[in-house]
Design a protein around this ligand. Structure first.
Ligand code: URA
Length: 209
């Protein structure tokens, strides 16, 4: 299966998932969306009211702000992958429970493996904690860290910046740095990827005739 087929397969599983109690109160699961060859994945927390209605990530007020932030980074929504650490809405938008995060993690891990992005941008503390355990958002926001074969940038959650106006200039400035960070990630990953080996040449037979 190619990456797109794997993502479709995961989305089909998520749509009918009953692995944790969140499925009981959901209307639509939200697997995430975007091109299978995205260089950047944006990973939020979990669906809210509008996402639960539509089955699509970041389509409410936080999503509209995310669109503005993407524009600030010169990115279109259609060229990045956007999803969440939990695929079903926690009732009343409460924080996801550790068991829910752990159960849903398999889907996200498979999505990351299929897409193999250069950069993962975490939106919010649950997503940040998955990749940068113990990090404090006030200390690390907007900075790029290498995590295994890729880079992780923790950003404030767009909803937090909608509610706390002091965070707005910070998140705008962090997103404005994304093009330059993406260039840096491309360069560093190119450098650390071993060049393809030239096929072994058989020693030439010397002909005397
Ligand atoms: N907030 C999130 O973390 N994810 C969404 O999809 C919507 C709002």
């Amino acid at each position: 299966m190619n990456a797109e087929e794997i993502l479709n397969q995961i989305a089909a599983e998520v749509a009918v998932c009953t692995r944790c109690p969140l499925h009981k109160s959901r209307k639509k699961a939200v697997p995430g969306e975007g091109p299978a060859n995205s260089e950047i994945m944006f990973i939020g927390e979990g669906p809210g009211f509008h996402e639960n209605e539509q089955g699509r990530p970041f389509v409410g007020a936080a999503g509209q702000f995310l669109d503005q932030l993407l524009a600030r980074a010169g990115l279109k929504r259609s060229e990045v992958w956007i999803g969440n650490v939990v695929k079903c809405r926690p009732p009343d938008n409460r924080d996801p429970f550790p068991e829910e995060l752990a159960t849903c993690d398999d889907y996200l891990e498979r999505q990351i493996a299929a897409i193999n992005p250069k950069i993962i941008v975490t939106l919010g503390r649950f997503s940040m904690a998955k990749f940068l355990p113990g990090a404090k958002i006030s200390a690390v926001h907007g900075q790029m860290r290498r995590v295994g074969d890729r880079f992780v940038i923790a950003m404030f959650h767009p909803a937090a910046a909608l509610h706390n106006l002091n965070l707005r200039p910070l998140i705008l400035a962090d997103f404005a740095k994304l093009p330059q960070l993406l260039e840096q990630a491309r360069r560093e990953l190119d450098r650390s990827t071993p060049a393809p080996q030239a096929p072994k040449q058989e020693p030439k037979q010397l002909s005397l005739f």
